[in-house]
Design a protein around this ligand. Structure first.
Ligand SMILES: NC(=O)c1ccc[n+]([C@@H]2O[C@H](COP(=O)([O-])OP(=O)(O)OC[C@H]3O[C@@H](n4cnc5c(N)ncnc54)[C@H](O)[C@@H]3O)[C@@H](O)[C@H]2O)c1
Length: 432
């Protein structure tokens, strides 16, 4: 079994660290965030992720997993160093590589023996060469002191550890087939399709996969708007399309637009990558444009329910996370939608089953966050549902009906697509 260091223990890094320890490897996870590391040392998760806590504590009890703030400790004796820092969207839409490059610098300083640096962050073509430059400045030579491999992560937040242990595929890109195979051997105990390829191909596999998922969402949202105009029901249309095995049902769910920490930034980074190489990717641009207009459409639907003005009106928003079963509000569709309504004069009251605390940071000015749904809904002129949490279906809507000013629901996620709500006027996305 191998000794692995993991740099960055956010969603991807922590799942990788816990997953690798569960497979029997000896793992040291390192993060620069003191609070995160303190929690992890106590066996506590720094964020909500279903089932991950049990795996974390089991791996720690077996002595296969520990955490540190010190890069040297994580790297010492490790032949494999996973890098899972973030590559957020820069102002111009390209991937911001600053965390990746700064982590590379710390690793270079700490590196004593040969190691394979395995990048798990989503990183554009050219970024690993930039990393190599940083290592070179610190006196480390590619091939002699280290090798680089690219091993994209395809997990979905909310089912992260399940996805790690039961992946749809494992992809490893490296300069040589030997290095790629060696990295792949870390996953020996996982039964899944395995693909070794070049670094560039592996990078594009990751970006193209996310762009394709975004395309499916924008596509069905396009059809949803058409169904609204034609008096049809996109939910039945999506079902009928998805039954074709060539199409499939995943990511064919209409809604307020794709969002979250991956799809928007990865699509934009792919667009910028294309442009930097002299190609204007109009198809990729169209995916993004439809997503933007879908958000505006939802805002417009709420405005319509309010009689055409936001000023002086109260909108109750249910759901702030970018999808159910996570507490992650980063880059959620709720952010631009709420900000737009607030800027136009609406008073926004909001509730989320798990993302409330994270949301307080984000919506300091634009929304009041409530710890329970009933207080958020009280006095509303319109209700907007933005995340498909099951909990919302089971609310006592008769009770809510008595406390709102206007019984109008804009259901942007289709919770009430099959059965309306008695006494309520419900608009469901994609239903004419
Ligand atoms: N979140 C997802 O669902 C998901 C899925 C697949 C791929 N990815 C990709 O994986 C990467 C990480 O995403 P994430 O969601 O885990 O990000 P994250 O922000 O949750 O985690 C990044 C962690 O790295 C730490 N960090 C930053 N710089 C550091 C440094 N120099 N040294 C040590 N630690 C450092 C941060 O403190 C943070 O804990 C991104 O490139 C993302 O696109 C994310």
């Amino acid at each position: 079994m191998a000794r692995i260091g993991v740099i960055g223990t956010g969603y991807v890094g922590l799942v990788s660290a816990v997953g690798m320890a569960t497979l029997g490897h000896e793992v040291v996870g390192m993060d620069k965030d003191e609070k995160k590391v303190e929690k992890l040392k106590r066996g506590e998760l720094p964020f909500y992720e279903k089932g991950l806590g049990d795996y974390l504590r089991e791996a720690m009890e077996r002595g296969l997993l520990r955490f540190t703030l010190d890069t040297e400790e994580a790297v010492d004796g490790a032949r494999y160093i996973f890098i899972a820092v973030n590559t957020p969207m820069d102002d111009d839409g390209s991937a911001d590589l600053s965390q990746l490059l700064s982590a590379s610098r710390s690793i270079a300083k700490a590196l004593k023996d040969f190691a394979i640096l395995i990048v798990r962050s989503t990183a554009p073509v050219g970024s690993l060469e930039a990393m190599a430059k940083v290592l070179e400045v610190e006196g480390k030579e590619r091939g002699r002191d280290y090798e680089i491999a690219y091993n994209p992560e395809f997990l979905r937040e909310g089912t992260g550890i399940y996805d790690f242990l039961n992946p749809s595929r494992i992809v490893v890109g490296a300069d040589s087939p030997e290095i790629a195979e060696e990295v792949m051997s870390l996953y020996e105990r996982i039964n899944a399709p395995k693909l070794t390829t070049t670094i560039k191909n592996a990078q594009i596999i990751k970006y193209a996969s996310n762009a394709f998922l975004a395309a499916r969402v924008s596509f069905i949202n396009e059809i949803a708007t058409l169904c609204e105009a034609l008096g049809a029901d996109v939910w039945d249309v999506a079902k009928g399309m998805g039954l074709d095995p060539r199409i499939g049902r995943q990511y064919l769910r209409p809604g307020p637009g794709y969002s979250g920490p991956c799809l928007p930034k990865d699509l934009m980074a792919l667009i910028r990558m294309s442009e930097e190489h002299g190609y204007f990717p109009s198809f990729l641009e169209a995916i993004h444009l439809k997503n933007e207009s879908q958000k505006r459409r939802i805002v417009w639907k709420v405005k319509e329910a309010l009689g055409g003005v936001f000023t002086g009106k109260t909108v109750a928003v249910l759901g702030l996370t970018f999808k159910p079963n996570t507490d992650d509000v980063r880059n959620s569709v709720s952010i631009p939608i709420i900000n737009r309504m607030a800027k136009q004069g609406a008073l926004v009251k909001a509730y989320d089953p798990m993302g409330g605390e994270n949301a307080k940071e984000i919506f300091k000015e634009s929304a009041q966050i409530f710890p329970d749904p009933y207080s958020a809904l009280e006095g509303a002129d319109a209700v907007l549902i933005l995340t498909a949490w099951d909990e919302f279906r089971g609310l006592d809507w008769d009770r809510v009906r008595k406390t709102v000013k206007n019984p109008f629901i804009v259901d942007a996620v289709g919770l009430f697509r099959d059965k309306g709500l008695e006494g309520w006027n419900v608009w469901v996305v994609g239903k004419g």
